[in-house]
Design a protein around this ligand. Structure first.
Ligand code: SER
Length: 328
């Protein structure tokens, strides 16, 4: 096994993927990359590196310093949908410029690449329900446009330079921790509010259905697609990936099975609603299932129960650290 670099190690996917990679390979072979947000809580003796993916020279020096040639990059550094809409120029620099640099470096140092795309690649020409793998890609917002360009780049580097880049189109991902500036992240905020005993004002209409996934499944998907034999990976843009779909109302109902007094109302955020309305309601991921054996494990009940338990633990730790003062 060769060394592995994770960019965007401080983000939601990065934190979880790092844990899984440490469990599989130990901490010595995994380099946790971060840019603006320093990493905390890494295992003793683990290796980290500051790396702005837009700075190719810096990326090359990290690859050389840590013997990453012939190894792997999980390239996760990116701006989410709402952040990208607010600062499109920075989004293009990080989301597309960063990927281009990673692919150039992967080509030069013979590295394999994992890069997440998103359900945001779809727009109004794609069927809303069970959106197929080969549906047309005409995203209406910056983040989705960045992802479509990224998929094309990945495909081009495979065709022209044999760079073995693998990718999945993630739905909204749920994990404890501060939610990022995205659209599907409302679901994480809602569960936090419920556990804190607060009410939640949903930024999306009660019936806005979006594809979602437990981060435990998302992490496993990244590891499994990277382990799959090369000949099984037939889609060299990005694979549709699916686990569950729900609306704010359905999530609130599920939470109430555990926290019966939880209340929601609706304070629609115009931008988030427009972004959500432009995305699919559900995804057909049969190509991933047929070609490299993808299978999700967690649906809405399992995800909700797990999130509530984990957030309760997290808030309990904070409460104890605050000398018994009720958190929130
Ligand atoms: N969670 C992401 C967002 O809403 C979707 O890829 O921005």
């Amino acid at each position: 096994m060769k060394n592995i670099l994770v960019t965007g190690g401080a983000g939601a996917i990065g934190r979880n993927l790092l844990k899984a990679l440490y469990a599989q390979h130990g901490s010595q072979m995994v380099i946790a990359g971060y840019n603006r947000t320093p990493l905390t809580g890494l295992p003793d003796g683990s290796l980290s590196a500051q790396v702005d993916v837009y700075d190719k020279e810096r990326l090359i020096s990290v690859v050389e310093e840590h013997d990453l040639d012939d190894g792997e990059i999980y390239h996760l550094a990116a701006l989410l949908s709402i952040a990208a809409e607010k600062d499109p120029e920075r989004a293009r620099r990080v989301n597309m410029g960063g990927l281009k640099n990673v692919l150039d470096v992967a080509r030069e140092y013979d590295m394999r690449v994992f890069w997440p795309s998103s359900i945001a690649v779809f727009g109004s020409s794609a069927p809303k329900h069970n959106t197929p793998q080969n549906a047309p890609l005409d995203p209406e917002f910056e983040y989705g446009r960045n992802k479509v360009e990224g998929e094309k780049l990945l495909n081009q580097f495979f065709d022209e330079f044999e760079v073995d880049g693998r990718s999945v189109r993630y739905p909204g991902l749920l994990t404890p921790g501060k939610p990022g500036p995205g659209t599907t992240e409302y679901a994480i905020e809602m569960i936090y509010a419920a556990v804190r005993g607060e009410h939640y004002a949903s930024p999306l209409r009660h019936d806005t259905e979006l594809p979602m996934m437990d981060m435990r499944d998302a992490t496993r998907a990244a590891l499994e697609i990277m382990k799959a034999p090369k000949e099984d990976i037939k889609v060299r843009t990005s694979y549709n990936l699916s686990a569950m779909s729900f609306t704010p109302e359905e999530l609130a109902e599920e939470i109430r099975k555990h926290i019966p007094r939880f209340k929601t109302d609706y304070k629609i955020d115009d931008l988030k609603q427009r972004v959500a309305d432009s995305w699919p309601n559900s995804i057909d991921d049969s190509s991933a299932r047929d070609q490299w054996g993808w299978n999700h494990r967690y649906g809405l009940p399992e995800m909700t129960e797990h999130m509530i338990a984990e957030i309760q633990k997290e808030l309990e730790i904070l409460r104890n650290a605050n000398g018994g003062v009720k958190y929130g």
